[in-house]
Design a protein around this ligand. Sequence first.
Ligand code: AHR
Length: 633
Amino acid sequence: TFSIQADKPTAKVSPNMWGVFFEDINLGADGGIYAELIKNRSFEFAQPLMGWKKIGETAPEGTFLVLNQKEKTNNPRFLRINRLTGAEKLGLQNEGFRGMGIKQGLRYDFSVFYRQIKPGVKLHIELVDTTGTIIGKGEFSPDGEQNTWKKQQVSFHATQTELKAKLNIWFEGKGIIDLDMISLFPEDTWKKRPGGLRADMVQLLADMKPGFIRFPGGCIVEGRELATRFQWKKTVGPIEDRQLIINRWNTEFKHRPAPDYYQTFGLGFFEYFQLAEDIGAEPLPILNCGMACQFNTAELVPIDELDEYVQDALDLIEFANGDVTTKWGKLRASMGHPNPFNLKMLGVGNENWGPQYIERLEIFKKALNDRYPNIKIVASSGTDPDGERFDFLNQRLRAMKVDFIDEHYYRSPEWFLSNTSRYDSYDRNGSKIFAGEYAGHPKQVEDGPSENNWSAAIAEAAFLTGLERNADVVEMASYAPLFAHVDGWQWAPDLIWVNNLHAYGTPNYQVQKLYATNKGTDVIPILSDGQLVSGRDSLYASAVIDHNQKEIIVKIVNHNAQPVEGMFNIQVKGKLASNGSHTFLTATNLNAINTIDQPDQVSPQTRPIAIEGKKLNISLVPYSFHVVKIKMQ
Ligand code: AHR
């Protein structure tokens, strides 16, 4: 029997308790949520023609030249097509990011920056399927002034759906033309924004109603070395001026997308803020603290050269919140958002540690607190929640009175099950916890990923009862990483998997979503024999009231191989409605997963339940997670 004490709230639930962690890992941004279909559109990858192939007849020497024009500082390279005789059938093919996902009947917008050196070259654009059959085409007659760069677009519709299409560009006529920023976008981007994001992927985020979105990572914030750290200023303004860098995840792991993994920053800081606003999430940017990844080079900026990094943080707040007369507020307005983004918190460093981190964080904290006292600071903590380094760091961060400590844990499902009481005895005063990256990692399938199976998801569901119960300490939580492409990933498990056409939520996604969409406003005790329900008899539970919806929400995990008859007594001042709803997640076995072909194998079911006075009975099937909602009258 469970006793729910709805008349004794113990803590407030933060309105942005359950959020998402975004990083460009596993083709999360380029090749993922950023809907650009052309790989290496500006020829700036290490090898300028990476992703491109010459097609057609043998080109005479000097037909295709990669030129490098220094005054185009951020995007110096472009391609010169030198058709001297105009006789040969010559073209270029782009392979996309593991191919291009194309949908029948949809409009595709091809655009290019060009400069006619000697007018006379016409472009024919073709989408082809894996057999080479044309599934969409357009033509393009440059009409720009000679020797002047111009952007032009041509749109066409696809005649067939194809998972791994490619794009051909054929050149006809005699002349010389320069090309750069060759781009192809589908019309069905999120909110139909030209050059925007993949709508199905954003929709999955929006459906979670996340309280915050942390961006842009993860380790990419740090970079392998400082030169390739994430610098937000290089990701805003016109996209043709955004300077790409190699992705820190380019050369990692067995199933890596390397060596062609770059950050082109078409999804830059403006777009991240816009995404946060679109899905109703608080933006939580994380910035480099003057330290490269400590798992790699551990390169440090000397303390007396930290100013530039601190200034980046101050300027970011101005970019997000400053009025249009400020330098960075003006840039935001020029990009289409004169109103502030209302940034409230900022992370300094990701998984940085040691006295070097504390030293740098102190400088950031002073500068940020002095200038923007209302901006909350999220400080980074370690990755080993059972280790001494973690304890040492947390003590130092608490002593500094940082607003949030960002704790990460990638552990076995067993660890999650045995740590549901982790925050029960945490210090209730001072710094709050941001559980910024966590995921249950089941044993790796031979030569494959560690899977997003039900054993991990149900263990996370149990662990999250502990976070919810301790909502006075834990104010934000997010699973990580967020996205992975089935043909290009280096880290698993991940919350959402995609191919070029489809996206699905894992069982872990379903768990996160059930928490995020049932977060309530106040924690209330749920007890069994007067004790917390936190692992005894393999049961885990937490409960909240939602004062806005006037309902009690109970979450309970049965981690037994047998069903458990749950009897609930509800202590509440007023009356309860006679019916409520019971949503549950379970699976045929602990190894069950969702896939592209079977995305709903582990997905929630909801049914009505009867409440007798202040009692209700629910059968908790083996290995199941339940969300029970009861209306208060
Ligand atoms: O989520 C994957 C990586 O795990 C993140 O980039 C990093 O912060 C952590 O080590």
